[in-house]
Design a protein around this ligand. Structure first.
Ligand SMILES: [Zn+2]
Length: 297
């Protein structure tokens, strides 16, 4: 006879008649729960949730509450209805969120359009981890479309584009429909997942006819990025990192990001001004700037 049954008999002996049946039912339920086997499994519900859900990381100076996130992104994702958000760490300095959508299509749309940029921060996303545990999410890449320029035509091949893109991060898409059109444009568009915690890759020298030519990445949109160390999530004025450097064509150490990355440099290398303004929040929202933009292509 098991310990559980002994306890059961002991408790039954102590019961009065009026509550006996209820107590017995409660006790039996407890014993079932305490057994190690025969736990109910529902793979279907877990898989369904996984398909419709995403993990997100807010990269910003301040954390966000679930309510504020809901308010802001309800306006940004106008066509996406009935989604839920849960801040997964703390409250004030939180940056990890769980998102669950009405349909897999909604989740896919939000995922494909990332990162979602706002003034002072941005949101990166990934699929809900296959293990089912949000702690397994990595959320360490920032996806951005870049134009790659500078390849001499005789080395402007799809393989070379893949090669230099892979140096920058994870290549997720390359728009290479027609070599003729690409040559005419003199650039190729590539979507790359840049490592969040590494200095950003902006180009490199490649060998060509015994010389070196500079191949430049031009970012179509620019999330919060430090122009001194090249890492996302803070601005140059707040930077506590070493200045990133690189060897120039003569082997001289030069700042990787062309010194101060002043306005003219940024204008030459980035298209931030093209970002579409899609939301202006009423003033009074603590901790949120008034300008929100979508950087989805
Ligand atoms: Zn920095």
């Amino acid at each position: 006879m098991g310990i559980g049954m002994l306890i059961l008999l002991g408790l039954m002996a102590g019961m009065d008649n009026s509550n006996g049946v209820d107590d017995l039912v409660n006790l039996t339920n407890r014993l079932v729960v305490e057994q190690e086997d025969d736990w109910e499994v529902n793979e279907e519900a877990a898989a369904d949730f996984g398909k419709r859900s995403l993990m997100g990381r807010i990269v910003a100076k301040r954390g966000i509450t679930g309510n504020l996130f809901q308010t802001m992104f309800s306006r940004i994702w106008r066509n996406v209805l009935n989604w839920k958000v849960k801040v997964l760490e703390g409250s004030t300095d939180a940056n990890l969120i769980g998102l669950s959508f009405h349909s897999q299509q909604d989740a896919r749309w939000v995922l494909d359009k990332q990162p979602w940029l706002f003034n002072g921060g941005f949101l990166i996303l990934e699929e809900w981890p296959g293990t089912g545990n949000w702690q397994d999410a990595k959320l360490d890449q920032v996806f951005s479309w870049v134009k790659i320029r500078g390849f001499p035509l005789n080395i402007f091949t799809l393989n070379n584009v893949k090669r230099i893109s892979a140096m920058a991060g994870e290549v997720s898409d390359i728009k290479w429909n027609s070599t003729q059109q690409i040559f005419l444009n003199n650039f190729v568009r590539v979507r790359i997942g840049f490592p969040l915690y590494r200095s950003i890759f902006v180009g490199r020298f490649v060998p060509s006819n015994g010389n070196k030519v500079w191949v430049q990445f031009k970012f179509e949109k620019l999330p919060l990025l430090c122009f001194k160390c090249g890492i996302w999530g803070h601005e140059q004025l707040d930077c506590e990192n070493e200045e990133a450097t690189e060897l120039d064509v003569d082997g001289t150490v030069v700042p990787k990001y062309d010194g101060a990355w002043d306005e003219s440099f940024i204008r030459a290398h980035f298209n931030e001004v093209d970002a579409e303004l899609i939301l202006r929040l009423p003033s009074g929202h603590a901790g949120v700037e008034d300008k929100w933009v979508s950087i989805g292509a």
